[in-house]
Design a protein around this ligand. Structure first.
Ligand SMILES: [Zn+2]
Length: 156
């Protein structure tokens, strides 16, 4: 049986630096088996009952993948869809579409920019402190749609 899992999380890198947290906001939820959370998290949350607070270690390979050196490329500044000055560390989407990958500026060299298209968390082992808020069987509609529905079964 596939479940809908609702949880709070705090995500840190191996140095203990805070990357992201849901604390102070709404908890997040996902439908099991729908690829909505990283593999390592989905695997380790399977069957964990509501009320559980635990720390999970997710290696990079089961999170955002290892870094790929071939994803670092030099491109002409004029071809980039961004206005204004670029500096190392800047991030933007590589295209107009919402699913275009986020790229990071590594260096600016004259007319060219060195871009890294690896996910910002590629190669990073992640630590999650999670609290399972609720878990329930997914409804037939949710399974058919492949996403979680809201209170009363509302599809968004
Ligand atoms: Zn739906």
């Amino acid at each position: 049986m596939r479940h809908v899992v609702t949880f709070h999380y705090t995500l840190r890198d191996p140095q203990g630096r805070l990357i992201d947290t849901s604390t102070g906001g709404e908890p997040v939820n996902f439908l099991e088996g729908a690829g909505q959370v990283i593999d390592g998290l989905e695997t380790q949350l399977k069957g964990v009952p509501a009320g559980t607070k635990t720390r999970l270690q997710v290696p990079a390979a089961q999170a955002y993948g290892e870094r790929d050196p071939e994803q670092v490329q030099k491109v002409l500044r004029a071809l980039l869809p961004v206005e204004g000055e670029l500096k190392p560390g800047d991030q933007f989407r590589a295209g107009d579409d919402h699913f275009a990958p986020v790229v990071t500026v590594v260096a600016v060299e004259g007319d060219s920019v060195m871009l890294d298209a690896n996910h910002p968390l590629a190669g990073v082992d992640l630590t999650f402190d999670v609290e399972i808020v609720a878990t329930r069987p997914a409804s037939p509609e949710e399974l058919a749609h492949g996403h979680v529905h809201g209170p009363g079964g509302a599809c968004h």
